[in-house]
Design a protein around this ligand. Structure first.
Ligand code: HAM
Length: 416
């Protein structure tokens, strides 16, 4: 019986996995000086954690969650995103008692039952961050600064930052009314989904990708024109701070994002070279969410980067380096094989990647193997070298040859 992976999920294999590790370690390095610490939450939560926060009438909750009953009949969901679980953990563990702001990052798999296509998977991975306890627009700009620094570090620093403000509980209802008013006379032109969205969650119409709906939206009222004075000042200050930090951005008043928990600032980082699924990272502010989870009134802001999309971009631009062993032993004779076996163990203890042949193959095929493995050096060990206490080496990149004492093997590699 041959098995296949489930549709929309994938294996991450070497050498690609090296790229993933590099990206993850870049994130840890870039986030540390901004004060972010890692948080690991479970991959599953009670379903309400997501329905209550992401919103009952969003695409994610309506059609994309992996939800099941456990054996005790409780409704459990594989996390479709990381913000709700982190907020749940923040409230449950009273992390709001710690000095503000509290900043966390996470790296891990998320699950959405979406139609798989290029850049869209059912198990995908995010690097996400969440900062709690600061509503100053300088925090919004700081978060975007960190995202910019991270993208620079991994070699994709030419992406477009789109920002928007979707207001607060005070001004969004006013905008909502204006939008409903606008849409009500144009219902016939909307797609079937949007006619339903119009009833239950009209702001979602702004998110629809159907051509007719995007065209109709062009004349729709813009949320940025309906912001209350507090939100308007906040958004204005954010733009000032982004300019101060030399972060180029565009304002996209049509960007509402597919999750209901956002307030004020939202943003997306896109790359046209990714095709239809162009968002590499996205996020925003959620100043009411901690309270909705039963915590105190603590504002929050964060973003998540899609690892599959980001690594695609990096791979397309820079390729993926495939590391090989530092040394491949080519041995002649049983005694030499024994000595190489022992030396390999000692060299590995020192952190040197060593490979060797156990099949007794010819010297020629051992060299071929070294080549295929992209070894840096072949260490040759036969009776003569054994007697002299040496190994001969050949550097495969340029054919340089020589002989060294076996005791100096590690030092030689570190020097060269
Ligand atoms: P999101 O926009 O749903 O936001 O996802 C963030 C990123 O995850 C997307 O921009 C994309 O790169 C990636 N992504 C989403 N769905 C898929 C998929 N099916 N396949 C591959 N990649 C995908 C959130 O998840 C929010 N929790 C972000 C956030 C954090 N907001 C505040 N804090």
């Amino acid at each position: 019986m041959k098995f296949r992976a489930i549709k929309g999920v994938q294996d991450i294999l070497p050498p690609d996995v090296y790229l993933w590790q590099e990206v993850e370690s870049a994130a840890r390095q870039v986030f540390a000086p901004f004060g972010y610490r890692e948080i690991r939450t479970p991959v599953m939560e009670f379903t309400e954690v997501f329905t209550r926060s992401i919103g009952e009438t969003t695409d994610i909750v309506e059609k994309e969650m992996y939800t099941f009953s456990d054996r005790a009949g409780r409704s459990i969901t594989l996390r479709p995103e990381g913000t709700a679980p982190v907020v749940r953990a923040y409230v449950e563990n009273h992390l709001y008692r710690l000095p503000s702001p509290q900043k966390y990052y996470y790296i891990g798999p998320m699950f959405r039952y979406e139609r798989p296509q290029k850049g869209r998977f059912r198990q995908f991975h995010q690097i996400g961050v969440e900062a709690f306890g600061e509503d100053d627009p300088r925090m919004d700009a700081e978060v975007l600064d960190m995202l910019r620094r991270f993208l620079e570090r991994v070699g994709v620093d030419d992406l477009v930052f789109d920002i928007n403000s979707i207001g607060c509980d005070e001004c969004r209802p006013v905008y909502r009314e204006a939008l409903v008013d606008f849409l009500s006379s144009r219902l016939d032109s909307l797609c079937a989904d949007c006619r339903r969205r119009y009833e239950v969650n009209p702001l979602r119409v702004l998110d629809c990708k159907v051509r007719a709906c995007t065209e109709l939206r062009r004349d729709a009222p813009r949320i940025t024109e309906y912001l209350c004075s507090g939100c308007s000042r906040h958004f204005g200050a954010l733009k000032d701070y982004l300019n101060l930090l030399d972060i180029p951005f565009r304002v996209d008043p049509g960007m509402v994002r597919g999750l209901d928990y956002y307030t004020r600032t939202t943003f997306e980082v896109t790359s046209e070279s990714l095709g239809a699924q162009s968002a590499v990272a996205a996020g925003g502010r959620y100043d009411r969410l901690v309270e909705e989870f039963g915590g105190p009134a603590v504002p929050g802001i964060g973003f998540a980067i899609g690892m599959e999309r980001l690594t695609t971009l990096i791979r397309d631009r820079h390729g993926v380096a495939e590391p090989g062993p530092s040394v491949y032993f080519a041995v002649v004779g049983d005694d030499a094989a024994g000595a190489a076996y022992k030396l390999a163990s000692e060299m590995r203890k020192e952190g040197v990647w060593v490979e060797l042949d156990y099949s007794g193959a010819s010297l020629r095929s051992q060299f071929k193997k070294a080549d295929r493995l992209k070894a840096a050096y072949v260490f040759i060990l036969g009776e003569d070298e054994l007697a002299r206490g040496t190994v001969r080496y050949k550097r495969l990149s340029d054919g340089l040859q020589g002989e060294i004492n076996r005791d100096d093997a590690v030092g030689f590699l570190h020097a060269g």
